[in-house]
Design a protein around this ligand. Sequence first.
Ligand code: SAM
Length: 290
Amino acid sequence: MTDEPLAPGLYIVATPIGNLEDITLRALRVLRSADRVACEDTRQTRKLLDRYGIATPTISSHEHNEAERSRQLIEELKNGARIAVVSDAGTPGISDPGMVLAAAAIAAGIPVYPIPGASAVLAALVASGLSTEQFSFVGFLPPKAGARRTALEDLATGLSRPSTLVFYEAPHRIADTLADVEGVWGADCRVALARELTKFHEEFLRGAVHDVRNQLAARETIRGEMVLLIDAHPLASGSAATTSVQDRLAELEKSEGLAEKDALKRIARERGVSKSELWRELQRERARSK
Ligand code: SAM
């Protein structure tokens, strides 16, 4: 560790996502030597600073005041201040505030230094068992059911090759999101759900989306912070569950020689619906096309 004084500039500092030991020596030195720490929530960051005996003054900079706060901090940076920016957990700017300030500093010709460390995206990815060769971080999906389904279908049809898709998700939405994933990529699509990373109740559920859904459905409650990863394959436009039941049925009968009964069973699994529900949809489609 160097004893050199900190150079003037803006420091984007990653902090732990659960386990308070997940912070680098350099991050601690920067937080200790900075003139100020700009925090998403000063009370949250104070717990971390106290744990390491760091007395640097804090200032709030969150999504509601980031633009205005940036102007003030940029003036201080222009006068040679050393400012560290942190979010509540993980890497600032990754589904968290921080980027408005970084962009403003860059525009003002102020040096911006990344201080890498924990981020739920990479922690989940490297232990998911899914390919790390090509992955896309999507952040949070839209909360409304229709928009979420459309976003997943757009992702599926927009892929040019297999890719791991990484999402942040809330516990009260995960069951519906997994149902949509099954509807778009089918029951056998491999997923990983990383819950409470680096914390006492850390858990990975890995396997076919249908099985992971069943595991969650068997629980009384679903809690904690979570990252969802999908082994996503490109789908031709319209081959997700937006295809009619009749067309998918014909496709499976032709390409795999399945009997109607077996094909319907497969389609129901792909779409995460019951066989009777699917049967009713098929009858509606047949009535419409008469
Ligand atoms: N900036 C953070 C980062 O670098 O990971 C992410 C902030 S975002 C507002 C918070 C979301 O990240 C949570 O809702 C959850 O999806 C994910 N997350 C954060 N910490 C996590 C953890 N310990 N385990 C699993 N997911 C986590």
